[in-house]
Design a binder for this molecule. Sequence first.
Ligand code: PXP
Length: 248
Amino acid sequence: MNRMRLHINVDHVATLRNARDAGYPDPIEAARVCLDAGASGITAHLREDRRHIRDEDVHRLRELLKDSTFNLEMAATNEMVAIACEVKPDVVTLVPERRQERTTEGGLEIAKASRALSDHVAALRRQKIKVSLFIAADAEQVDASHALGVEQIELHTGEYSHAFGGLGETQELARLAAAAKRGRALGLEIAAGHGLTTENVPALVSIPEIVEFNIGHAVIADAVFLGLAGAVRAMLAAITEARGTPVR
Ligand code: PXP
């Protein structure tokens, strides 16, 4: 069997921290927990507006992720490429970025890409940073990504996740499988991400070319329920210890 990588996106932990600006929860502490639990690496998206991950987080993640993979998601801009060249994550995933969007809504338009994109890819490659392009599962985008000379593509699974459990599921799965096969045949490594959950990820495991998943929202959401009881118990224990009698 192929090796499979799971990278956990910790952006939502930073969103929660920033909601109060209280310094917790710390996304780097979350990254440590994810690694201890078996994740192969950590993904974080440094957005132009710094709405979740901040510059300091990126430096701290680099420090933490010495023996595992740091995948920095970012827009293909001069500012971000300069940061990446300084921080040197193991992988940069280039994503489209629109200020108004809540999350990365589409893939990059590689086929109509500007000269600037290939310059950015070249600058990252010169620093020996692996480059991955987040694209829709379309032949045109796969071929154009290959032409840009990147090592990896990440197929956008948002449409599959929306179609999951409905009439379009089989078609979206077939679309992803075809793009994965095409990319692999061109020598690209194939990752997948966006909207993946414990329910919809198993079907993707059957696409043999996919060797990496990048998952954030569902894991952080599940953490609320898988860990909330423990958090309540910890608070009860703190109060009980101080009072000397249980909370009732
Ligand atoms: N991969 C990429 C390129 C993304 O932009 C995102 C969202 O930040 C993800 C994966 C993770 O998506 P989700 O949070 O829906 O699991």
